[in-house]
Design a binder for this molecule. Structure first.
Ligand code: ADP
Length: 687
């Protein structure tokens, strides 16, 4: 065995210097080799000599089956490959010659066919961009690299083919000398001896034998060319498919990018888009890109019972379903999406088992005129935020392609992240608002401490000091001192209590216990509280016109009594003793009862009807007021009423023309009073 470090191509070019090597891509060489081999397989009479040399054993293995078939046509087949795992020197179906990896053959690709009627050869050497790689074994990534380049000769010139055969047979002999007689036999039958035995000066064309000299006639190249074209076309087809896949991938990425960009573009003031805007952008882009009849996006949580279709893209010919409600618990496909956290694709609603077995789904398919249906969940960290639906409503079904589903899923991921971002931003805004409100409250508290707390505290201090330092103080004066100190400390206590109540209502720390209540009973309870408080003072008359036949209302009983009490207290405070206060209640509609507290007191100026609900609002300012109060009562009332979804507002004809305070409560669905709660109501004093 002798390892040759000189390439066969170099030897050939030395021997035939008029040859000009060309550049070939791997794909072209594969097509050429296959066409050449097919020529052998197609020939009926010819039993040619074939020599093939592979760079690596694994390339040979891909082609081995072809060589078995070729070996059935001729016994002069020699296959060379690098010695790697299984490939060894052997005489089997054909001769195998295992060369050393260090041999220059490992960088080359040869195929030589010498027939009685024709001869053709391919002698090429791999071109490495980095020459240092030439000695090292080929890296694995080379196998799939279609841009691998080779330089060399491909020709049907018999003289060149003979020379190539001669060079390769010499290499074969150096590895397998025992084949010498078989090789000689080939040389004899194909006239190779005549070429090698002829002594001729190097670099001279005259040294080469012509075709007729070699005993061959010119043959028709058409069948070979046709085979070659077939192989090239196959390569072209593969290329087109690859381009198609790349274009599809590009389209997908463009769409996802455009949705992401649209979502970002919306935030031109640096704030993320509102969730509704995100969905509006996404439904439009997706619907247009996928050419569906209908694209829907709606918000839906995993445990929600209904969802409203809020966003829709429509192809002109189908009817809109926007604004419709979906019953999610009875929606088998929605439930499947929730459970699997995956998309559900129905290519044909008329043939799918899930539809034929579900009345609910058949109903939906009819309602939406659905033929093909895709439901994709919008998830964020496995939390369901909503659903994207694609509909095809035509006569024929639309088989959903994997790449279509993958595209919608990718968009859904984008939407999920954008929604969470927008929600986080909104929450942040909310939190900011709360913090600002808290800060305002804090500042107000400081102001109030200055005005409201310090004044009674000073009074209490003066009274107590006088009582302590003047033991001879007359008994009547002592009583005055004591009652002043007591009433001022009560005023302070009330302020602190109202402040704490409002703080807990505003920060959402209050636990609501809604129950079905008789409004009449609540009013009675509030009236008795007000009367107890006002018993020592000269207060106006209060008339209650709340019927016991009103429907039950749904609210937290303690807080409802608190609201009525505060409104009655205010009316009492700001109405002279000879005035009148009325409380009435009536159904506004099937869902709401309106309660109104009317007084004939000092009234409120038109521009202040909203201001009175602000925290610490007091018309005359806290320092100058003649009646008690903290300026927090109406702010507390608004928080409570809003808590059960109601509204509260004030009306007045103007100064000294009386006031009206209205608020609404939802009507309870049940006609039954909940006894437990009713008992609790009467026994509890403060919310
Ligand atoms: P206060 O403890 O001062 O009564 P509220 O929040 O209950 O605090 O009321 C705020 C302000 O609204 C009162 O100080 C008063 O100026 C005005 N107001 C409330 N109720 C009436 C009413 N029935 N008639 C006239 N003004 C009222």
């Amino acid at each position: 065995m002798s390892i040759s470090t000189v390439s066969v191509l170099s030897d050939l070019l030395n021997a035939l210097p008029q040859l000009r090597p060309q550049l070939y891509f791997k794909a072209s060489l594969t097509a050429l080799s296959h066409a050449m081999e097919d020529q052998v397989l197609a020939a009926t009479a010819d039993r040619p000599l074939l020599i093939a040399s592979f760079q690596r054993e694994r390339y040979y293995r891909q082609e081995a089956h072809r060589y078995r078939r070729i070996a059935q046509r001729t016994d002069q087949v020699y296959v060379l490959s690098a010695l790697e795992t299984d490939f060894t020197n052997a005489s089997g179906f054909y001769e195998t010659i295992a060369f050393d990896l260090e041999d220059a053959l490992s960088q080359e690709w040869h195929l030589v066919i010498i027939g009685q009627q024709y001869a053709t050869c391919l002698v090429c050497r791999e071109r490495f961009m980095n020459p240092s790689k030439r000695k090292s074994p080929l890296p694995d990534s080379f196998d799939i690299d279609p841009s691998r380049q080779f330089e060399g000769i491909w020709t049907s010139d018999r003289t060149v083919s003979f020379k190539a055969a001669e060079l390769l047979l010499a290499r074969i002999l150096s590895y397998r000398p025992e084949l010498s007689s078989k090789i000689e036999q080939a040389q004899d039958s194909f006239g190779l001896n005549r070429l090698s035995k002829r002594k001729s000066p190097k670099n001279s064309n005259k040294a080469l034998l012509t075709a007729p000299e070699l005993g061959f006639s010119n043959i028709d190249p058409d069948p070979f060319v046709q085979r070659l074209v077939t192989y090239l076309q196959a390569g072209q087809y593969k290329l087109l498919k690859a381009y198609g896949a790349i274009a599809e991938q590009e389209r997908k990425e463009r769409l996802v990018n455009s949705i992401t960009a649209a979502i970002r573009r919306g935030s031109n003031n640096g704030q993320p888009l509102h969730p509704q805007e995100i969905l509006a952008v996404a439904v439009e882009e997706l619907g247009q890109a996928l050419l569906v009849c209908r694209c829907l996006i709606y918000r839906a949580g995993a445990t929600e019972t209904t969802a409203t279709i809020t966003h829709e893209f429509l192809n002109a010919s189908v009817t809109s379903v926007a604004g419709q409600n979906l019953q999610l618990q009875q929606h088998p496909l929605f439930q499947a999406v929730v459970q699997q956290q995956e998309s559900v694709a129905i290519s044909d609603t008329e043939a799918d088992d899930r539809f034929t077995s579900s009345v609910a789904l058949q109903g939906l398919a009819r309602r939406f005129a659905l033929r093909s249906w895709l439901m994709v969940p919008v998830l964020y960290q496995r939390r369901l935020l909503g659903i994207i639906e694609l509909h095809h409503c035509g006569e024929s079904p639309h088989p959903w392609q994997e790449n279509e589903i993958a595209l919608v899923e990718k968009v859904a991921t984008q939407i999920g992240a954008a929604l969470i971002q927008a929600e986080a931003y909104a929450n942040l805004e909310d939190l900011n608002g709360q913090l600002e409100a808290l800060d305002r409250t804090r500042s107000n508290l400081i102001a109030i401490t200055g005005h409201e707390l310090r004044t009674p505290l000073s009074t209490i201090q003066v009274c107590l000091e006088s009582l302590a330092t003047e033991p001879d103080m007359p008994w009547e004066l002592r009583q005055v001192m004591l009652s002043t100190a007591l009433s001022d400390s009560e005023r302070m206590r009330k302020l602190v209590q109202d402040f704490l109540t409002l703080s807990s209502l505003e920060s959402g720390q209050v636990q609501w216990h809604p129950e079905s209540l008789s409004l009449e009973e609540c009013v009675e309870l509030a009236l008795s509280r007000t009367r107890t408080r006002a018993s020592m003072e000269d207060r106006p008359k209060i008339i209650s016109q709340v019927s016991e036949h009103l429907p039950l209302v749904r609210a937290d009983g303690d807080w409802l009594v608190e609201v009525i009490s505060k409104l009655l207290d205010n009316a009492s405070k700001f109405t002279p003793p000879q005035g009148e206060i009325t409380i009435i209640a009536a159904c506004q509609n099937d869902e709401t009862v309106e309660v109104t507290v009317t007084d004939t007191g000092r009234g409120i100026e038109n521009g202040r009807l909203e201001l009175v609900f602000d925290r610490f609002y007091q018309e005359e300012g806290s320092l100058r007021r003649t009646v008690g109060g903290t300026g927090l009562g109406l702010a507390i009332c608004r928080q409570i009423v809003n808590g059960w979804g109601g509204q509260i507002w004030a009306e007045s004809e103007g100064k000294d023309r009386g006031s009206k305070f209205h608020f609404t409560i939802p009507i309870a669905l049940t006609k039954q009073i909940e006894p437990r709660i009713n008992k609790k109501l009467t026994s509890k004093k403060q919310p």
